[in-house]
Each structure stands twice: as structure tokens, then as C-alpha cells.
Design a protein around this ligand. Structure first.
Ligand code: ADP
Ligand code: F6P
Length: 320
């Protein structure tokens, strides 16, 4: 292994820069050449590949986003796209590739590995929805951003004695919503992993909170449920409590990574390089039982992850 590439793909996540830095610096430490591929798989198809010396990643550890840029690339989902990517990797002398992204990006990494390019994937997404990993880089920073936003919304909801219905990201998963609800003391949390009844699970807790003398209610809704604007109107109509909806949106993807994300990204990024140097390929670097390890990419993509039942129960218990 003399020369390897690194790219970021799919939705960006705070900590991606820390991971890129770890890849570049670990490569330099072991005396191999690291090339940055810009704009995810798009850049691989178009030869947007440039050498990254150790100093090229100075001053990025603390920044959100990704200095390599990221993109979604439909062409990559076709056999022709994969063939072209393998050809370009050969032209640029890449012996291996590190892909930092989410589930979709991992499928691209799997296709590249199967086509003969040693590839290692590492989880970088705010959603924490990678089945084989207990943690994805960007999740902690995102949760802290949500916590700050909900705390602020609580101030105004409380002053106006309103109900605030807040939509958070997470694609089809409810991890962000559930942990944010526990961290922010939400009265109600709705996630796609659990069916809900509007009267029983939304209206009742809001009305009970009012009876107990609570001045406001916080309802956190995962984007996989959606419909917060309508929901706020329905709550107002049914309870008489003035209600407002907020969709937090892309603010959740930005910002300087937390210590947890910087450290996890550094450890995982560095491990990706070591795996390639150990002659391993077709692996996902992940967190299992609290430890950084790796699994076969085919196995990893077939695994399933359950949102912890005890966390759902905890959110319910504490909202009383
Ligand atoms: P994420 O990695 O955050 O889940 P996406 O699902 O948008 O984001 O996937 C990112 C990119 O990964 C896609 O734009 C595409 O280029 C590539 N990709 C996704 N699915 C596949 C697939 N089945 N085969 C090859 N490449 C894929
Ligand atoms: O996967 C990260 C994520 O932010 C999801 O939570 C969300 O569903 C999606 O990406 C939004 O994608 P886009 O940036 O294309 O709007």
C-alpha cells in the first residue's frame, strides 16, 4: 500500500474534518501517500484527486463540514459508474480508498471493494443510524446543537405559555429525537420506530402537564414522522393551548465538533489507514460494545439495530 485516497460522501457531519486529518496524518506517520478525493464519488468519477501532505490538514480539526466537500452521485449506483471509478483509481495510482459517510456511501464502498479496490468505510452521519455501529461521527455535535435550540425555544414557550412542536433530523431513524427528548425534558417524543396515537400519546400528556401547572409543553418529532406544522395546529385546536412549530433543519448538521466527535473521528480515521496497511479491505470501522473495531462490509450492511426500548421508556417515565 503506497498511496490511498479518502473521500466524504452523503450528508456532511461535524467531525468529518477531524477524520480526514486523522487519515492524512496517520498515512504520513506510516510513510504512505494520501490523496483527497473532492465531492465524494462524483470527484472519484471526474478525477478530482489531489495529494494531501500532513500540513494540508492544519486548522481543520475544529471546523464543521468537510474540507473535501461532499455530494450525492447517481451515476455511482450503476455498474458503469463503478467500472469508471476503478479505472480512475488506477490512473491516479490509488491502492486503497477510505470512505467517510452514511449507509448509502457504504453501499458504494461495498461495490468498489467487490470490484477489486481495497476499501474501508467509517460512519460519518448525524443520524446514528448505521446498523453495525453504536456510534456515528457527528451525532454528539448534532445532539448538542439540538439541545441548545430546544433550551432556547423552551424560554419563549414558557413565557408565552405555549406548546412547541419541534422537528429534528434523523432520516428514517429516531435516535436524534429520542436522545434530545431525554436531554431536554420533552413532554412528548415521536419517533418512526414506535407507533403513536395522537389523542393518547400527544394530547393527553400535554393536557396533564397543564393540569399540573406546567406553563409550556415541548413535543419533539423525528423527521421520519414529520408534519409538525399541521400537528401544532391540531394541538391548538384540540387543547386550546397556543402552539408553534419549529423545523430545526440544517442547523443540526453544522458547527464545531464536540470533544467526543473529534476523538471518535480521530480514532476511527486512524484505524481505517491501519486496516489498509494490515492488508484488510471491505471492512467498516465501527463501535461495538463501546470499543472501536471493524466488521465485514457485507455483514455490516445486513445487520439491524434496534432503538433501545429502555430509552423510550425512560423518556416516557421522566415526562410525568
Ligand atoms: P449517506 O451516505 O449519508 O447515507 P446517501 O444515501 O445519499 O447518503 O448516499 C451517498 C452516495 O452513496 C449516493 O449519492 C451514491 O453516490 C452512493 N450510493 C448510495 N447507494 C449506493 C449503491 N447501492 N451503490 C453504489 N453507490 C451508492
Ligand atoms: O443523513 C443526514 C441528513 O441530515 C438526514 O438527517 C436528513 O434526512 C438528510 O440528511 C437531509 O439531506 P439534505 O441535506 O439532502 O437535505
Amino acid at each position: 500500500m503506497k498511496s490511498i485516497g479518502v473521500l466524504t460522501s452523503g450528508g456532511d457531519a461535524p467531525g468529518m474534518n477531524a477524520a480526514i486529518r486523522a487519515v492524512v496524518r496517520t498515512g504520513t506517520y506510516y510513510d504512505i501517500n494520501v490523496c483527497g478525493v473532492r465531492r465524494g464519488y462524483n470527484g472519484l468519477l471526474h478525477g478530482e484527486i489531489k495529494e494531501m501532505p500532513a500540513r494540508s490538514v492544519s486548522e481543520i480539526l475544529q471546523r464543521g463540514g468537510t474540507c473535501l466537500m461532499t455530494a450525492r452521485c447517481l451515476e455511482f449506483k450503476t455498474p458503469e459508474g463503478i467500472e469508471k471509478a476503478i479505472h480512475i483509481a488506477k490512473v491516479f495510482g490509488l491502492d486503497g480508498l477510505i470512505v467517510i459517510g452514511g449507509d448509502g456511501s457504504f453501499r458504494g464502498a461495498q461495490a468498489l471493494s467487490n470490484a477489486g479496490l481495497p476499501t474501508i468505510a467509517m460512519p460519518g452521519t448525524i443520524d446514528n443510524d448505521i446498523s453495525c455501529s453504536e456510534y456515528t461521527v457527528g451525532y454528539d455535535t448534532c445532539l448538542n446543537t439540538v439541545k441548545d435550540a430546544v433550551d432556547k425555544i423552551r424560554d419563549t414557550a414558557s413565557s408565552h405559555e405555549r406548546c412547541s412542536v419541534i422537528e429534528v433530523m434523523g432520516r428514517a431513524a429516531g435516535y436524534i429525537a429520542l436522545e434530545a427528548a431525554i436531554a431536554c425534558g420533552a413532554d412528548v417524543v415521536l419517533i418512526p420506530e414506535k407507533k403513536y396515537d395522537f389523542s393518547e400519546d400527544v394530547l393527553r400528556p400535554i393536557l396533564e402537564a397543564k393540569t399540573r401547572g406546567k406553563k409550556h409543553s415541548i413535543v419533539i418529532v423525528a423527521e421520519g414522522i414529520g408534519g409538525v406544522i399541521e400537528m401544532a395546529k391540531d394541538i391548538e385546536m384540540a387543547t386550546g393551548i397556543e402552539s408553534r412549530a419549529t423545523i430545526l433543519g440544517h442547523v443540526q448538521r453544522g458547527g464545531s465538533p464536540t470533544v467526543r466527535d473529534r476523538v471518535m473521528a480521530s480514532r476511527m480515521g486512524s484505524r481505517c489507514v491501519e486496516l489498509l496497511l494490515e492488508g484488510k479491505q471491505n471492512r467498516i470501522v465501527c463501535v461495538r460494545d463501546g470499543k472501536i473495531t471493524d466488521v465485514d462490509i457485507n455483514e455490516g450492511l445486513n445487520m439491524t439495530k434496534q432503538i433501545p426500548e429502555d430509552m423510550i421508556k425512560l423518556a416516557e417515565k421522566l415526562a410525568i
